[in-house]
Structure formats: C-alpha cells, structure tokens
Design a protein around this ligand. Structure first.
Ligand code: CP
Length: 340
C-alpha cells in the first residue's frame, strides 16, 4: 500500500471533520499495521520524535494505547497533566493556551488533549479548549476524548465492526442509554453516532425521556443517514428499540442538566440515572435482536449499563475494539506526523 503526504499536519478532533476517503485510508492502514504489528514498513516513522499527551482526566485505554503506539512507531509519548504546567484558568493566573501551544509545537510532532466531566464548567468548554490548541499549534492536535467527541474511539469502533460484520452499509446499530453510577460524558456516544452513520449504518437511538443528546450531533447523524439512504430514529421504548438490530451499544450518558451555573452536578446526575434501573442491556433484550454484536468503549459499568452475561458473551467485541485503539492511533499518527 502506498501512502501520500496528504494527511501530514492534520488535526483530529472529530471524525466528521475528515473526508470519508481519509477515514478509509486510516482504517486500511490500521488493519495492515494490526496484521504486521512489529514489522510494518512504517514502524520507525516517529523515530526520535515526541508526542505530547495532555490529560486533564484519567484514562486506562487512551494513555496506554497512545504510549504503546508511539513506541511501536519508534517514537516517545510524554505524559502531561495540568499540575505539571502553569496554565491560565478562569480562577488562576498563568500561561495562555496560545503561548503553551506555540512552545509545545517547537518540541513535539503532535499533541493529544483529554478534557471532560468535572474539568469543565459547561458543555462545549472542552471542545473550545481543544480547538484553541489547534488554532495556535503548528503540529497536529488530537482529541483524546473531550466533552463532545472521542474520534479515536469512533475509529476503533468502526474498525471492530468492519472486522466482525464485513459490510456495514444497511446494518442497524442501536445506541441505547444504560443506567449507572458514573455520570458519563457524551463523547464516545456522539462520536459513534456520527461515524456509524457516515459508514452507512442505520441508527436507532433509545433513551428515557430527559436524556436528549446534542441537537447539532443529532442533525449531523440524520444527514449522514440520509446521504446513505439509511434510517435514523429515536425511541423511548426500550424493548421496541432492540428489535432486529445487528449491533447494540449500551452506555450511560448524562442529562442536559449536568452542567448548571458553571458547575458539573455529578451526584444529582447519578441519583437521577439510578432511578432508571430497567435500562440495562441484558440477555433477554439481546434475544430480540438479529443475533447482535455487543459493543462498548469501556470502561464498562457491569451490572448497570449491561449485565456480565452480555458483556462477556461470545457476541461481545469489547476487547477487540479496545485493542483497535492502538492500531487506529498508530495509523493516524503515521499519516499525520510520521516521516516516510
Ligand atoms: N475508552 C476510553 O477512552 O477509555 P479510557 O477512558 O480508559 O481511556
């Protein structure tokens, strides 16, 4: 496979920002890298180069897979967190994002940022911060999950679904809310709606009343479905939702009331979510599907979002998708910042 420099220097904050052909190129390269993990001809394309990972929030998969990706491409990933910097915030004096971004661009070949949940005062603040880093950086800027999107998770989801279903066009994915005690961000769910509809899947969204997602994301998902002649629907009837779908994605997300008066109201979100205990993906509901795969970005809130039986069943592809984070990240890093 021949790679051009067309994606060099490109940031990735949401997959919807990239052309479908560009996403296809990433997925093709990710698969080739997965098949030839340590011997791919791009294995040294980040040799002697550093990728910065700036985490406002904790992570298992994202940090570990980006570090492994940099290592497997011959480079190094450096972990940064707010306490290791002196950045200006609404409450404290410090360095501006403009200055930090311009300086970091002199050291590294790429910068990833994660910011969500309790680290932002309102929905949209994480997106604004990442876009500000992008504006002032001369290196690619990646979202490693922010309040609105999680692009690398979306790519790993699609890679996993392609591996297990082959053809995605016309397949039905159910995105279903699950109760839970974590008050989860919207990022993985919203990214998945966009990328699944982009790749020709029909999308069914199910949740209890009061858990609407970002209307901008819904409009874009509808448009993607229309462009592919696929259906998009929203239902609040859980049993109806599972009928005949090929993929079930069960995940908790916060209500639109999660941020108020510049604060993240986590305890009240959890209290409210735990009143909907019937919203759990279980074996009985999976029987209504068309022998569906179960997908989840992890960490899984077992016993709340989904039963152990479903999460650990032979139809669950959660570990394959988690592994694919590594491969899609290697592919995007190689294409946007690698030398070859
Ligand atoms: N899916 C995901 O981003 O996992 P982490 O929060 O562990 O990075």
């Amino acid at each position: 496979m021949k790679y051009t420099n067309a994606l060099q220097g490109k940031s990735l904050i949401c997959t919807q920002d990239w052309k479908k052909e560009e996403l296809d190129l990433v997925l093709d390269l990710a698969l080739a890298m997965k098949e030839n993990r340590y011997d791919h001809h791009l294995k040294d394309c980040l040799k002697n180069r550093t990728f910065f990972m700036f985490f406002y929030n904790p992570s298992v998969r994202t940090r570990q897979s980006f570090e492994a990706a940099a290592t497997e491409l011959g480079g190094h990933a450096q972990f940064l967190e707010p306490k290791s910097m002196r950045l200006k915030t609404e409450k404290t004096a410090g360095e501006t994002i403009e200055d930090a971004a311009k300086v970091m661009s002199r050291y590294a070949v790429g910068l990833g940022v994660r910011i969500l949940e309790d680290k932002i005062p309102y929905y949209g603040a994480g997106e604004a911060l990442i876009r500000e880093y992008e504006q002032f950086s001369s290196i690619p800027v990646f979202s490693m999950a922010h309040d609105k999107y999680h692009p690398f998770q979306g790519l790993a989801d699609i890679m996993g679904l392609k591996e297990h279903l082959q053809e995605l066009k016309g397949k039905k994915v159910l995105m279903v809310w699950g109760h839970g005690g974590l008050a989860r961000s919207w990022c993985s769910v919203q990214e998945h709606l966009l990328i699944a509809s982009r790749f020709g899947m029909s999308v069914r969204l199910a949740y209890p009343r009061g858990y609407d997602l970002d209307s901008d994301v819904i409009e874009k998902t509808k448009k993607n479905c229309e462009n592919n002649s696929q259906e998009f629907s929203i239902t609040h009837d859980m049993d109806e939702a599972y009928k005949d779908v090929h993929v079930v994605y069960s995940r908790n997300w916060m209500s639109p009331e999660a941020y108020q008066d510049g604060e993240f109201h986590k305890p009240s979100e959890i209290e409210k979510a735990m009143k909907h205990k019937e919203w759990i993906c279980d074996e009985e509901k999976m029987k209504l599907t068309s022998h569906a795969l179960f997908i989840h970005p992890m960490p899984v809130d077992r016993g709340n979002e989904v039963t152990d039986g479903v999460a650990s069943s032979s139809r669950s592809i959660i570990y394959d998708v988690a592994e694919n984070r590594l491969h899609v990240q290697k592919a995007v890093m190689a294409l946007t910042m690698g030398k070859y």
